[in-house]
Ligand binder design. Structure first.
Ligand code: ZN
Length: 682
């Protein structure tokens, strides 16, 4: 019986055969490619040829086959989820993690890479190949490969316990979020809410077989209440439930409490870092990042705080003054977003609904393609003959200024049942050229969740959605335009975590430039350009309360870094203490004592951002400073566009991001562009 997943894995440059993939194909295919990969490991170790061609290439090819089976499965599970597919997908997770541990702790493989790094061939390899070898050796060490047996055992215990704790943290948070709701039968309480929020609350009530309206702690239900509900008791109840989720206080006190999970997580991370020879987990986290030390990160964050705090306080003062003018003497925590939003409306009078008719899908997508054509000389062409996994998903090829193929992507824009929320770029394969000269082109999946077209009307995007599309496309270009021939350090692979958002945040800038907006907007019925007053208001509102938002991000980042850096094994974690001290330093107002924000900070307790939350701001410095060069030379300056293409987009993870950035900018990164773009006076 033929298995379409395996057929694709065995064929160079074959695209996934989505229509033919059945849930029953998944587990056998994964088992097959993992077993084959293990045989490859045995084979290369038997032959003892520790050369690029004899050792690295066969291992790369084996891993690539796993990737080519798994990537379409994982993608389908995110965008076309159904129970059988999910079961087949989930059944493979343990197999894949077992394989990752098998490789990560494989003494023989580690010795092989060491032999290669110390052998004669190493100096003849190109820079990308050397980088791959060094990255691999580093990752072996971070997997505990050269620890003594008893410590290796402890390493395995800790990592497995940490992954349990991480999933407990998110389960508690999820359960706590769903364990509480606010039920309304009195219509007057709805005053101020937009129709869409009222509609959704009515549906939620109907689903729960209740009268009236039901509000929950999910963001789409919670946020409109905080921004628009006129009734103060309603906002207060929602706020108090939201900020005490999964904690020892609040309406569900103690029931889904993450306190112990957080304490144990921090203690185990510290122990793990110590096992591997680091002083603390912050240092371990930075071992794979662009930032050099926790102190460098802390001074970066403190510097930004110092420059933003004055203006952030003024932002806050403006809300207080606005509320006072309406006879509200003291602002409570649940009043701040509400009066903020009113202040914004009174100053800028701009709404999504007014802008949407000017951002129809075809204008935005064609405009995006034209912007990147002007910047990088690339052409994008749709291939309608390619089988995608859904009729609304389109497939494109990118060619460069010389007409050479660079890569391919699937674009999946609309929300639908069975599709995970949010927007992201994922890769099917990365670019690689083997020593026989065979080239594999990079292929990407670009996924968004915009509203689909209704009737004859095209899909109309909000400006935020336009930003999202540009953002994800920036990631996509980083992956697809690469000219690096070594898999593992080509495209987005091998790029430091705190530099990954450089191309994505960079491309967003064009959505704020009148010259580019002329390309990406036009009324869906009349084709008229965006009216000047709407454009002016939109641009003016861009930096509304930006200093306040800046210090909020700095509060999260400083809390995360200090929590991991200052951990003292003898004392245990001082989570509330660290947070309190950070707030006293950078917050414009201290939340109520019962606020347990930390108990829902999933980024650092259940995501990949532990001692890494600063990455958002770090990469934003790079993207803003890179864009500033276009501001200096012209936002569509060809030469600058080509420089960015050659220095950043084409080079992927083949060199440290700091080197690539310096090559493009001719100097080290400077934070002034970020401050200027954020409207923060210097
Ligand atoms: Zn991103």
């Amino acid at each position: 019986m033929s298995n379409p997943l395996l057929e694709v894995a065995n064929n160079h440059n074959a695209l996934p055969k989505f229509a033919a993939i059945k849930p029953t194909h998944i587990e056998p295919a994964i088992e097959q490619v993992i077993n084959d990969a293990k045989s490859t490991v045995d084979k290369v170790l038997d032959t003892k040829q520790f050369t690029w061609q004899g050792f690295v290439e066969p291992l790369q090819r084996a891993d690539e086959r796993i990737q080519k089976v798994w990537a379409p499965v994982s993608h389908l599970n995110s965008v076309m989820s159904e129970p059988e597919l999910r079961n087949a997908h989930d059944a493979c997770l343990a197999l894949l993690s077992e394989y990752a541990t098998y490789v990560g702790q494989h003494q023989g493989l580690f010795a092989g890479y060491q032999a290669l790094a110390n052998g004669d061939e190493y100096s003849t390899l190109n820079r990308s190949q050397q980088k791959l070898i060094n990255d691999t050796l580093r990752d072996f060490k971070l997997s505990g490969v050269d620890l003594p047996e008893n410590e290796k055992k402890r390493y395995a215990e800790i990592t497995s316990r940490l992954s349990e704790l991480s999933s407990q943290f998110s389960n508690n948070l999820l359960d706590a979020t769903h364990a509480w709701h606010y039920h309304i039968t009195d219509e007057t309480l709805l005053s101020g809410l937009p129709d869409s929020a009222i509609e959704a609350a009515k549906e939620a009530a109907q689903e729960a077989e209740k009268e009236g309206w039901l509000f929950t702690l999910d963001i789409p239900s919670y946020l409109p209440v905080m921004l628009y509900a006129d009734n103060v008791e309603f906002r207060k109840a929602m706020y108090q439930a939201f900020v005490t989720r999964a904690s020892d206080v609040g309406p569900n006190a103690g029931e889904y409490d993450n306190s112990d999970v957080m304490n144990e997580t921090l203690a185990l991370r510290h122990e793990l870092a110590n096992l591997l020879g680091f002083d603390n987990y912050a240092e371990m986290s930075l071992a794979t990042k662009m930032a050099e030390s926790p102190n460098q990160v802390l001074s970066f964050l403190n510097d930004l705080a110092e420059r933003s705090l004055g203006q952030a306080k003024a932002d806050y003062q403006a809300i207080e003054n606005f509320a006072k003018a309406q006879s509200v003497q003291t602002l409570d925590a649940w009043d701040v977003p509400y009066y903020s939003e009113q202040l914004k409306q009174s100053e800028y009078a701009i709404s999504d609904e007014q802008l949407k008719p000017y951002f129809p899908e075809h204008k935005v997508v064609d405009g995006l393609f034209s912007v990147v054509n002007r910047l990088f000389g690339i052409h994008i062409k749709e291939h309608k003959e390619i089988d995608t996994y859904h009729p609304t998903v389109r497939f494109y090829e990118i060619t460069d200024a010389n007409g050479e193929t660079r890569g391919f992507f699937y674009m999946d824009l609309y929300a639908r049942a069975g599709k995970r929320g949010g927007a992201w770029m994922a890769d099917f394969v990365g670019r690689n050229r083997d020593s026989k000269g065979e080239l594999q082109y990079p292929v990407a999946f670009l996924t968004c969740n915009f509203s689909k077209p209704v009737g004859d009307k095209p899909a109309l995007f909000t400006h935020d959605e336009v930003l999202t599309l540009f953002h994800e496309f920036g990631h996509g270009l980083h992956h697809m335009l690469t000219q690096v021939d070594t898999g593992g350090v080509s495209g987005i692979d091998g790029v430091e975590w705190d530099a990954v958002e450089l191309p994505s945040q960079f491309l967003e800038n064009w959505c704020w430039e009148p010259e580019a907006l002329a390309d990406i907007s036009g009324h869906y019925e009349t084709g008229e350009p965006l009216p000047q007053n709407l454009l002016d208001n939109m641009l003016a509102a861009r930096n509304f309360q930006s200093a306040m938002q800046m210090v909020r991000q700095l509060e999260f980042s400083l809390f995360d870094m200090k929590l991991h850096y200052e951990f003292d094994a003898a004392q245990g974690a001082d989570i509330a203490g660290v947070l309190q001290r950070v707030r006293e330093h950078v917050a414009v107002r201290i939340p109520p004592e019962y606020n347990r924000f930390q108990h829902s900070f999933g980024h650092i307790f259940a995501g990949g951002y532990a001692a890494g939350y600063y990455s958002y701001k770090w990469a934003e410095v790079l993207s803003a400073d890179a864009f500033a060069k276009f501001e200096e030379n012209g936002i569509f300056d060809r030469a600058t566009g080509r420089e960015f293409l050659h220095a950043i987009l084409e080079r992927g993870g083949s060199q440290p991001a700091a080197e690539l950035f310096s090559e493009f900018r001719g100097r080290e990164p400077d934070i002034n562009a970020l401050l200027r773009h954020s409207g923060i006076a210097n």
